[in-house]
Design a protein around this ligand. Sequence first.
Ligand code: NAP
Length: 263
Amino acid sequence: MRILILGGTSEASALIAALAGTMHEVTLSLAGRTTAPKTGSVRTRIGGFGGAEGLAAWMREDGTDLLIDATHPFAARICVSAAEAARAAGIPILAIRRPPWIRESGDRWTEVDTVEDSVAALGEAPRRVFVTVGRLELAAFAAAPQHDYVVRTIEPVGDALPVPRLTTIAARGPFAATEEERFMREAGIAVLVTKNSGGDATYAKITAARALGMPVVIVRQPLKPEVARVADVAGAMAWVAHDLTKRRESSHAPLPSPAEGEG
Ligand code: NAP
C-alpha cells in the first residue's frame, strides 16, 4: 500500500521504522516547524497542504491507499483536515491517539483547557515557572510578566516571549526523571506548566514534580474527530496488517452471479 503518515511525533518516527521492513511505500509529511527534523531515509514532504481540500488532492494525485494521522495530541487543525480529506477522497484513515497522562496519588495538578488558561492559573503573585508547552504558544505568558520564566523548547525561543525575567533552555526529549528532578530543584522552580501530551518521552517532568511535591498546571488534550484509532505503534502495525488482509480478500472475492444482480 502507499501510506501517507502525518508526523512530527515520536510515534511517527517509530511507525516509519516499523514499516521499513515491509513492502509498503511510505511518505512522511511534516509541517516544517523544526529546522532539523529526524526523518530517516523515508520519502518526506514538508509544509502544509492548504487545508483538507489540498490534502485530499495531494492523496488522489499520489495514489495514497491509507492515511495515518500520527500527529501530536495538541495538533488539532491537521486532524480535522485529515478526517475531512480522507472522507472526501474515499481513502481509509487511521489515527494514533496517544492517551493522556492520568493523575496519580501525590500529583498536585490544576487542569485547564488552553495555554491561555494556564497563564491565568498561575495567579497574581510572582513565581518561578518552568514552561514546557512548546515555542509556538509561548506568547500567551507575556500577559503575566510578573513571573520569572524558565522555558524549555526544541527550537530557540527568539523573541517569542517578551518578559523581563526569562531563562531559555534548548533541548529535545526524552528526559530522565532523576535529571528532571535535580534540574527543577537546582533551578528553584515553584510550578511546572505543561500540556498533557501523554507518552513516555516527556513524562519524566511529571514524575519529578510528584517527587518534589510541586504544583503542575496541565493543559487537557483537545477533542479530535472520530476516526478509526489505535493508542500506539504496535496497534497501528496490527491495524495495517489487518487492513491489507481485508483488501486482498475483497480483491479475490468472487463476482456476483448474474442472477444476484437481477433480483
Ligand atoms: P495544527 O495546528 O494542527 O496544524 C496547523 C497547520 O499546519 C495545518 O492546518 C496544516 O496546514 C499544517 N500541518 C500540521 N501538521 C502537518 C503535517 N504533519 N504535515 C503537513 N502539514 C501539517 O498543528 P501544530 O500544532 O501547529 O503542529 C504542527 C506539527 O508539529 C504537527 O505535525 C505536530 O505533529 C507537531 N507537533 C506539535 C506539537 C504541539 O504541541 N502542537 C508538539 C509536538 C509536535 P494546512 O492546513 O495548510 O495543510
